[in-house]
Design a protein around this ligand. Sequence first.
Ligand SMILES: *Cc1c(COP(=O)(O)O)cnc(C)c1O
Length: 378
Amino acid sequence: MYKIMTAGPTQVRENVRMARSLETTNPDVDTEFCEFYKETCDLLRDLVHSSGTAYILGGEGILALEAACASLTEPKDRVLVIDNGIFGKGFADFVKIYGGQPVLFSSDYHRPVNIDELKSFLEKDNDFKYATVVHCDTPSGVINDISRICPLLDEYGILSVVDSVAGMFGEYVNVDESCIDILCGGSQKVLSAPPGLAMVWVSQKAEKAMEERHVPIASFYANILTFKTYYQDKWFPYTMPASDINGFRAAIDNITAEPDIVQRHAGIAAATREAVTKAGLELYLDYGFSNTVTVIRVPDGLTDVQILSLMKNKYNVMISGSFDILAGKVLRIGHMGENANVRDMEMTLDAMDKSLTELGVTLKCSMKEAFSEFIRCR
Ligand SMILES: *Cc1c(COP(=O)(O)O)cnc(C)c1O
């Protein structure tokens, strides 16, 4: 068995696994399930300070992104796709699938979106129904300041769709203060339930935009409006995955029980960056590091596969490489959710110390020791 230290799916705590094994019910008929679902959605709503509605959808995190685009996009709608990462750019595909016209605002993948540059762009062109932005773009680990980006969009009457699948709970999110219209989440990142569920938070403005469409939403499964009257009707659009939601709820209770969860992530992330750079390795980003994942350049002369296989096969720690334009270039340690603890990070950095040394890299210090030292002195 390996220690899973990837940027999602993450390790799953025992109470979440136990909750998934509880006796199940018929979610369509059992009104207690409907109450349980609503209560869980209301907890979700409050955790990110939203006055809108939260829904749990039966599908992996990508469903949240697709549902947001499916539910808002009408043919020929212009949609601003804020692109400074692989997931950021990927939104253009969803916009196109539903007949919209994506307009990319692209910037350097090594840093967060520059607010002044976005401002100048919007001064010239702001005729967009909505914009998409990724909070933490996991392949590079960049964090975008949604608390400034979304209010700026709002000034121009542009709705915002935010992918915080890999940010939320490890990074502070305030839906109302940041004027976020649709927030997207997934079960397998900081929340640390297994993959299989998506979450969406929908503002009243976004709901209105969906209701005032001229052309019907071109999907059933990705149509957020189908959930609108579930509680009143005690009827879900499709049978809800009860065991997944039982586990999910235990994970939500874990998050609720830890008010300092963002600080935990910030501490682990800072110590990781300190350790990696002190040892002489290079981070992928110039600045704008997320609390949930650290992305390191593959040292010259080595491949990601060599390092990943040695870490996994000899030292039992599984981290990951990246994909798309970052394939082969970087290594990623996912210190999110259940992974973000001192013991597991020490094990990970120790495995990396040993693997890199065996592969001929001269480290300036032990990353494990630098990490522990940073944590002790904080
Ligand atoms: C994990 C993740 C998703 C969900 O996508 P999968 O790759 O299918 O897990 C969406 N957006 C971001 C930023 C993610 O990190």
